[in-house]
Design a protein. Structure first.
Length: 74
């Protein structure tokens, strides 16, 4: 179960990065990827994030409930 949640969180982080225009291959972001995924695993609204990403190809900013909002919005 943990690995499924971890994989799902990794997908959500990648999706949010794409939608907010962050390049995960950029060394500044890539070095934090594991921390970002771990933060995402503790999110209480992954379903909301999944819906948000399904409904939006781009986002001006990560939603306030995103545990990685500061990284995506900074």
């Amino acid at each position: 179960m943990f690995f499924e949640k971890f994989d799902g969180s990794a997908d959500l982080v990648k999706g949010m990065a794409e939608r907010t225009g962050h390049d995960l291959s950029d060394p500044a972001t890539a070095s934090n990827f594991k921390q970002m995924v771990m933060a995402c695993t503790g999110c209480s609204d992954q379903d909301g994030c999944t819906r948000l990403q399904a409904e939006n190809e781009t986002l001006n900013a990560a939603p306030a409930f995103c545990r990685n909002a500061a990284r995506f919005n900074g």
